[in-house]
Design a binder for this molecule. Structure first.
Ligand code: AHM
Ligand code: MG
Length: 382
């Protein structure tokens, strides 16, 4: 094991020699194999894979490779990831045609096939539930779209894992063609096998066994971690496969971008105001960060993960715990961020150490480049 970027050598096989006309000559003969897909470092220490015409690393292949590093792996977690990949492709396909809703029928109306159009976030929710509920690997699910946990239907086997997800985060942006995303977290049920309960789900984020997100942007990307680094895959629509594009993502120690909705400034407490002045360079203690706020957490987080920066959704007088949900928004992104060398805090403690008491619990969050998160920790703990 241990090829470039931590991949096993078999992930970079040469295409077999073939009998084809030699390039630049008229003879028919064996042409040398193409060079293997190579991984080259780029700025910000992230790695980018350059695939060749005949050698690519699909997400399935990568998942198998990672599984083979865990001698005790049963393959169940890999199965969950495969099913999520299928759901992500289906949601991506639907999101891509969202702009056509006015042509083929808006949500709540009948489309030309006589089917009732569904809101995209509900479509995404149903797609994930149906992709995941019968595989025998999960014992329960929870979604931002549903108040209670989602049980495994009768007649299907219960597995040992729990899946929590936000099917379509930032979905209010769909109407204006802004990227949205799916976020997921996988936990393991402790104790006796059988149906999962809310209580089983109330685990701190550091116990996640896998987490990831899908961003439906100018391209569709999935980024996930099982605790062996954070890896990004871009959907190639021509072959319908997620291909490894960003292995072993590393986020810069300090970032360029600050992502926060400062319309809430009047409702922030003074330490948060002082912190934001610091990030903007207004107290003279650091260079000003550039402000970028999409209003779609996955988009803001993804940009900052690759380019460096900090996403913040602090508590405010109107929302004393902020807006974002701990278990299926902040925990999975915090797991990925830490795997990429970043950090996440609620202002007083590491996000991944927060002990949840409710399924849909909210938390303030400051997440991104380690050095920038450290400033939040220092200034808010005072
Ligand atoms: P949602 O789960 O209802 O889509 O809300 C979450 C979204 C995040 O994607 C985004 O960062 C945030 O809400 C924006 O909220 P605000 O408009 O208050 O800044
Ligand atoms: Mg959400």
């Amino acid at each position: 094991m241990g090829g470039p970027g931590g991949l096993s050598p078999f992930a970079f096989r040469f295409s077999p020699a073939r009998f084809l006309p030699c390039p630049g000559c008229t003879q028919v003969g064996t042409i040398p194999p193409e060079p293997p897909a190579v991984i080259t470092p780029r700025a910000e220490e992230s790695l980018v894979v350059r695939h060749t015409a005949t050698s690519v690393v699909t997400i399935d292949r990568f998942i198998i490779d990672q599984e083979s590093r865990q001698p005790k792996a049963s393959g169940e977690l890999s199965g969950i990831l495969y099913d999520l990949v299928v759901a992500a492709k289906m949601i991506s396909n639907k999101v891509r045609s969202a702009g056509l809703a006015d042509i083929i029928g808006a949500a709540g109306t009948e489309n030309i096939q006589g089917e009732v159009q569904q809101k995209l976030d509900l479509f995404a929710n149903d797609t994930i539930v149906k992709a995941m509920d019968h595989g025998g690997r999960l014992c329960a699910m929870a979604s931002e779209e549903e108040a209670d946990i989602i049980p495994i239907p009768q007649g299907f086997k219960h597995g040992k894992y729990l899946l929590l997800f936000d099917p379509l985060d930032g979905s209010s942006n769909i109407d204006v063609n802004v990227p949205v995303g799916t976020i997921f977290s996988v936990l393991k049920k402790e104790g006796e096998p059988g149906p999962g309960t809310t209580r089983d789900m109330l685990q701190s984020g550091h116990r996640q066994v896998a987490a990831g997100y899908v961003i439906y942007g100018s391209s569709t990307m999935m980024v996930y971690t099982t605790g062996q680094g954070a890896h990004g895959f871009t959907l190639d629509p021509s072959i319908g496969e997620f291909l490894l594009s960003h292995p072993n993502i590393k986020t810069p120690e300090h970032g360029r971008y600050l992502s926060v909705n400062d319309a809430y400034e009047q409702h922030w407490e003074e330490p948060v105001r002082a912190l934001m002045r610091r990030y903007r360079g207004l107290d003279g203690k650091r260079d000003a960060m550039n402000v970028r706020y999409v209003g779609s957490m996955v988009s803001d987080f993804h940009r900052n993960l690759l380019g460096g920066g900090l996403f913040a959704y602090p508590a405010n007088a109107k929302n004393p715990l902020g807006k974002l949900r701990l278990m299926y928004e902040c925990n999975p992104l915090a797991f990925i961020c830490e795997q990429a060398g970043g950090a996440a805090t609620d202002g007083t403690q590491r996000i991944l150490d927060v002990q949840p008491t409710e399924l849909h619990q909210r938390t303030p969050v400051f997440i991104g480049s380690r050095g920038d998160v450290a400033i939040a920790q220092e200034m808010l703990a005072r």
